[in-house]
Design a protein around this ligand. Structure first.
Ligand code: ADP
Ligand code: MG
Length: 292
């Protein structure tokens, strides 16, 4: 690759809203076989809404929603914002909170109005030795429909399944088809459980899912994908995507994402969605072809 052709390619990419922070990346993209994408905020909008609440006997919706929202008001996760918005919309009672604890990749916990409130993934309940009983069926059913289903436990009893739905970006499916046309495989890495992730994968044409990944497990997931021999690109937007963006052969950050993600990336997409990834590969192929 001559410096001039790299400069021309980088310039052409910039006009399309694809910023190459390193000239090398233009060349490295030609060796990529798998595009790994983060789910929340990359494939999906990253703005979930509360859609379902299934209660265990003896618990009321207003009561559970108020307790859970009080805990989530302390969290910055998009799931938390969805629950807090729903509680506000329903005029839920406001409580003060003590001893808030965020258990990364699992959920959150706090004491609310003298009660112990826990909310998070099935693995959080397992970790605490809590059995959701018949609510497990509701959770599985919601996950199979692409929703993120959480359990809420109050004073050591599982009280509800709460589901949030994060819509797929309208451009995701077409962008993934275009990546396939370029001969690339697309894998999704997510902290969500397998059922939820597979429903999103079916909806968008994603080839492969690595689910239930803890935030510090995204790097290992990339190594697993790289085991095939081809280079791996990673596309993400969040703070906890930064290590994977740095570790991938080519790290691609969604421009609407967090500053840490952008600083860790080789390529930054101004478009805020996966169409920019397609543009990046197209410019790379054209630039490298012209050289030879
Ligand atoms: P992702 O980026 O895929 O959302 P996270 O590691 O942030 O991955 O979260 C993984 C899982 O942990 C979520 O799917 C959810 O089940 C649970 N979780 C994380 N934060 C919260 C929260 N504030 N409230 C409830 N559950 C949470
Ligand atoms: Mg994300």
């Amino acid at each position: 690759a001559t410096p001039t052709s790299i400069m021309v390619g980088t310039g052409r990419a910039a006009e399309m809203g694809v910023l190459f922070r390193k000239g090398d990346a233009l060349q490295q993209l030609t060796g990529v076989g798998v595009v790994a994408v983060d789910k929340t905020g990359t494939v999906t909008e990253g703005r979930p809404e509360l859609t379902d609440m299934v209660l265990a006997g003896g618990f009321g919706r207003a009561e559970v929603l108020a307790l859970v929202a009080a805990v989530e008001a302390q969290s910055e996760h998009p799931i938390a914002e969805a629950i807090v918005r729903a509680a506000e919309a329903e005029g839920a009672a406001r409580h003060t909170v003590d001893g808030f604890e965020s258990i990364t990749g699992y959920g959150v916990r706090a004491q609310v109005a003298g009660r112990d409130v826990l909310i998070g993934a099935d693995r959080l309940m397992a970790r605490e030795g809590l059995d959701p009983g018949p609510l497990t069926d509701a959770e599985t059913d919601l996950a199979n429909r692409g929703r993120t289903a959480l359990f809420a436990a109050i004073d050591g009893r599982v009280a509800a399944v709460i589901a949030v739905s994060d819509p797929v970006k309208p451009s995701s499916a077409a962008a993934i088809r275009a990546l396939h046309d370029l001969g690339l495989k697309v894998a999704m890495i997510t902290g969500d459980k397998r059922e939820t992730a597979e429903a999103i994968a079916r909806e968008t044409g994603i080839d492969h899912v690595i689910a239930g990944v803890l935030p510090d497990g995204k790097v290992a997931a990339l190594d697993e994908l790289r085991a095939g021999g081809k280079a791996v690109a990673f596309v993400g937007d969040g703070i906890n995507d930064a290590p994977a963006l740095a570790h991938a052969d080519v790290g691609i950050a969604i421009g609407t994402g967090t500053d840490v993600a952008i600083e860790s990336a080789d390529v930054v997409l101004m478009s805020g969605d996966l169409r920019g990834v397609v543009n990046a590969f197209e410019v790379s192929t054209r630039t490298m072809r012209n050289i030879r």
